[in-house]
Design a protein around this ligand. Structure first.
Ligand code: PLP
Length: 233
């Protein structure tokens, strides 16, 4: 309990420091506590000490946890979403960070329409071009945004990315810069009915750099909950 509380405090301080370094308001940066593979007891502790947004990667695991912990806190989906799991995702999550193809967006829109809901979404962009990474190529983002803008039950709110892993977080900076610049390029298209306010970028190792480059949603797991067991993550 104390550990999670200290960790959360430490992460919040890091966020505030990075924000003030570049003259941003720390309130413009939201912390998503990523709870993949973390047990219910520890997630509960995090909520008790002030975590308000939880991030999950796997639908099955998230269903179990959310049924038990409830939806007073906000749950965001940050993992790869398969089409056959969309109906659950729409029930469980307020925001989906990982929309990377039109068929998936259409699927989410249909499910949201059935439930008379609006789902907040981000487009996941594969800035690095690594083959193993999910996300749409930067070159395809503008046309995907246009298509999504016409889907009435989706609220298009921004972009998400995951750079490759580096020991030195400075090496991740160019990927964050690219995502921000891509966002600015799309804004110049003046596409109606969308917002691109959110940039979901930055994790335990590179929160500061991501915030300096404009992140509005940082997704942090190990710096809050401790190192993951590598065999189960
Ligand atoms: C696990 C995960 C994170 C957080 O990872 P840490 O480096 O442990 O903070 C962020 N985003 C996604 C998509 C993840 O899967």
């Amino acid at each position: 309990m104390l550990q999670i509380s200290d960790n959360l405090k430490h992460v919040r301080e890091k966020i505030a420091k990075a924000a003030s370094k570049v003259g941003r308001n720390p309130q413009d940066i939201q912390l998503v506590a990523v709870s993949k593979t973390v047990d219910i007891k520890r997630i509960k502790q995090a909520i008790e000490v002030g975590a308000t947004i939880l991030g999950e990667n796997y639908i099955q695991e998230a269903r179990r946890k959310i049924e038990e912990l409830g939806q007073d806190v906000r749950w965001d989906f940050i993992g790869h979403l398969q089409s056959n799991k969309v109906k659950y995702a729409v029930d469980l999550f307020e925001m989906i960070h990982s929309v990377d193809r039109l068929s998936l967006a259409q699927e989410i829109n249909r499910a949201a329409e059935k439930k008379k809901k609006e789902v907040r979404i981000l487009i996941q962009v594969n800035i690095s071009g690594e083959e193993a990474k999910s996300g749409i190529d930067p070159g395809g983002v503008i046309s995907l945004v246009r298509e999504i803008a016409s889907l009435p039950n989706l609220s298009m709110e921004g972009l998400m990315t995951m750079p490759p892993y580096f020991d030195d977080p400075e090496d991740a900076r160019p990927y964050f810069t690219s995502l921000r610049e891509l966002r600015n390029t799309i804004l110049m298209e003046n596409i109606e009915g969308i917002s691109l306010k959110e940039l979901s970028m930055g994790m335990s190792g590179d929160v500061e750099v991501a915030i300096e480059e404009g992140s509005t949603l940082v997704r942090v797991c190990s710096a809050i909950f401790g190192e993951r067991n590598l065999t189960t993550s």
